[in-house]
Design a protein around this ligand. Structure first.
Ligand code: UDP
Length: 365
């Protein structure tokens, strides 16, 4: 008998299992995949950590969360500075003074601000992603950097998407190219699988083990179930299916230095992929080989991996029904991107797992 059976060996499950094990509880972690780590999993190829499920860059401004993950792995000093390729031309990104120089020839913050004032579209209350970005940077920058990429990524018109998706990206009137504004940033030097492996050290983990193949059995194994999978699946899709976006990756092992940067965004709608990753640059690699991945957005179906929740009003309303059900589900805790149907970053997952643990410990005292 266990205190906790944790469904999913991703970041949420691993942090939860570590904390509860350290607090003296007996945990079992199960995962249907043949490896730990969920979508943060990295695999070594020719000494290069390949981000198998897309680029993962850890960033946070919370010292507690940063110190926490640094207990389990040494992080490198990688700073994400993706470049954009639009119709064969290379641009600095996220939109900053260098980008504005490249597009408009402006060389100072004052000139840039003047230019933006000219091109911004006046929209009193921007109600969606398109309106918000037009109100910030105008039509030309929207079409160069945002429209094509967003339509490929979400398979929806930017008018149909909530603005919060794009508010993740800064717009700057300085030459700073760091994608993130957080104080701490990096990637585990030995990869995310090493980090998750350390979190799960000494904890029983069963891989290739699908919770849904024998639900009753796993429910009986512990007093409490911690579920990190899709919430709609947990409840048998009774209110309908929550929408996700999936991804498809094409990866090649090549030699040398393919693109000179870890991430290139392809923002033109004619190019079918959104990003090209060259994994060794995530860790300042000098290997003879190089691993390059083309990332294609993909329609989600149940046989594919869900990556992004589509947090529009329709889906959020459906999620709230599931959430209501989850609240009255004794003995089950829900956590992580899929169970909470939120576009969480890794640091938020660590934070939410630690918060959940804290709340449980407070109740038990
Ligand atoms: N985005 C864009 N052009 C880019 C990069 C991002 O239009 O070159 C938009 C797009 O809608 C995307 C959102 O900004 O879904 C958030 O991008 P981010 O890179 O944060 O997404 P993630 O890394 O989570 O896939």
């Amino acid at each position: 008998m266990y205190d906790y059976v944790i469904v999913g060996a991703g970041l949420f499950g691993a942090v939860f299992a570590r904390e509860m094990t350290d607090a003296g509880y007996k945990c079992l972690v199960i995962d249907k995949r043949p490896h730990i780590g969920g979508n943060v999993y990295t695999e070594k190829v020719e000494g290069i950590d390949v981000h198998k499920y897309g680029a993962h860059i850890f960033h946070t401004s919370d010292k507690g969360i940063w110190d926490y993950v640094n207990r389990f792995a040494t992080f490198n000093h990688y700073i994400n500075k993706p470049k954009v390729n639009y119709k064969g031309k290379v641009y600095s990104f996220p939109i900053n003074l260098m980008t504005l120089y490249q597009v408009y020839g402006v060389t100072t913050p004052q000139e840039a601000e003047k230019k933006l004032q000219e091109v911004r579209v006046t929209i009193a209350n921007p109600a969606n992603l398109e309106e918000w970005i037009l109100s910030q940077v105008g039509l030309e920058l929207y079409e160069l950097f945002i429209k094509g990429y967003t339509m490929k990524q979400w398979q929806k018109h930017p008018k149909e998407l909530p603005a919060f998706i794009i508010k993740r990206l800064p717009i700057r009137l300085n030459f700073e190219e760091n994608y993130f504004e957080d104080i701490y940033q990096g990637i585990p030097k030995e990869g995310y699988t090493f980090l998750i492996g350390n979190l799960l050290k000494g904890i029983e983990v069963r891989l290739n083990t699908d919770y849904f193949s024998d639900k009753e059995h796993f429910n009986e194994l512990a007093k409490t179930l911690v579920y990190t999978g899709k919430i709609d699946e947990f409840f048998g899709y009774r209110f309908g299916e929550l929408e996700y976006r999936s991804l498809r990756f094409e990866t090649k092992l090549l030699e040398g230095n393919y693109q000179g940067n870890a991430v290139f965004n392809y923002t033109d709608s004619e190019v079918p992929y959104t990003r090209v990753l060259e994994h060794k640059h995530f860790n300042f690699g000098r290997q003879k080989h190089t691993v390059v991945t083309w990332e294609y957005p993909d329609t989600y179906t149940r046989d594919k991996i869900p990556y992004y929740p589509v947090n529009d009003e329709k889906n959020n309303a459906m999620y709230r029904k599931y959430e209501q059900l989850a609240r009255s589900c004794p003995g089950v805790l829900f956590g992580g991107r899929l169970a909470e149907y939120k576009y969480y970053d890794m640091h938020q997952i660590v934070g939410s797992a630690l918060a959940k643990v804290k709340a449980i410990k407070a109740q038990k005292v």
